[in-house]
Design a protein around this ligand. Structure first.
Ligand SMILES: [Zn+2]
Ligand SMILES: [Zn+2]
Ligand SMILES: [Zn+2]
Length: 207
């Protein structure tokens, strides 16, 4: 296989971690996701032929691999950004969707049993017409909110997450108190680090 990914202009050297759009054009999966986050939908227009992609098949069978596939490839192997007691950098691996922290520095981790439901929510957020107009920063908050709600209430069904959001939006959508801070407070979950929000928002990535 000697294709060039026309998003990053690098060669596509393996069949792993690639994305074939419905037009049959092929890209690195990570490049595809970067495009998805930028366009705020999985139904992107192909960067080569502009045809609308309707192939939103899950890239992998395992929940963990699907979760990793939507994380920035450059960051997912990085070590924790925290420090240990004597001020030295923590050498633990950063946990997936944990703001760059390991499982010790931020204990509220998205365990393996929740990967499937979290990926399902990601798919929903990036395919549903209901969220089409939400800006990327809002979606970023919603992913983090969903993550924390999943952990807090041991959620395994998409409807359970959607019910929480629907109830909230019905009540507060056009009200002034409708801010991320208010949502977090109302549901008794912790705000994510500001640095994480601004970094992901600026670079259009997830980690
Ligand atoms: Zn690429
Ligand atoms: Zn195409
Ligand atoms: Zn750490």
């Amino acid at each position: 296989m000697s294709n060039i990914c026309s998003i990053c202009l690098d060669e596509i050297t393996s069949f792993n971690n690639i994305k074939k759009l419905s037009c049959n054009h092929v890209f690195h999966y990570n490049c595809f996701i970067k495009y998805v986050l930028n366009e705020k939908t999985l139904f992107i227009n192909c960067p080569l032929c502009r045809e609308k992609n309707v192939n939103i098949d899950r890239p992998f069978i395992k929940g963990k691999e699907n979760i990793l596939s939507i994380c920035s490839s450059k960051l997912k192997i990085n070590t924790c950004i925290g420090c240990n007691k004597n001020g030295n950098p923590c050498m633990n691996k950063a946990y997936v969707f944990n703001y760059g922290y390991c499982h010790v520095h931020n204990k509220n981790i998205l365990r393996g049993k929740y990967h499937k439901i979290f990926y399902t929510y990601f798919e929903h957020l990036f395919t549903s017409a209901a969220y089409k107009k939400k800006v990327w920063k809002t979606k970023l908050y919603m992913l983090d909110m969903a993550k924390q709600l999943i952990i807090k209430h041991d959620i395994h069904k998409l409807e359970e997450i959607l019910n929480i959001f629907n109830k909230y939006f019905e009540k507060f959508n056009y009200k002034t108190e409708n801010t991320p801070d208010f949502f977090y407070k109302l549901h008794d979950i912790e705000l994510p680090p500001k640095e994480w929000i601004s970094y992901c928002n600026k670079k259009k990535i997830l980690f």
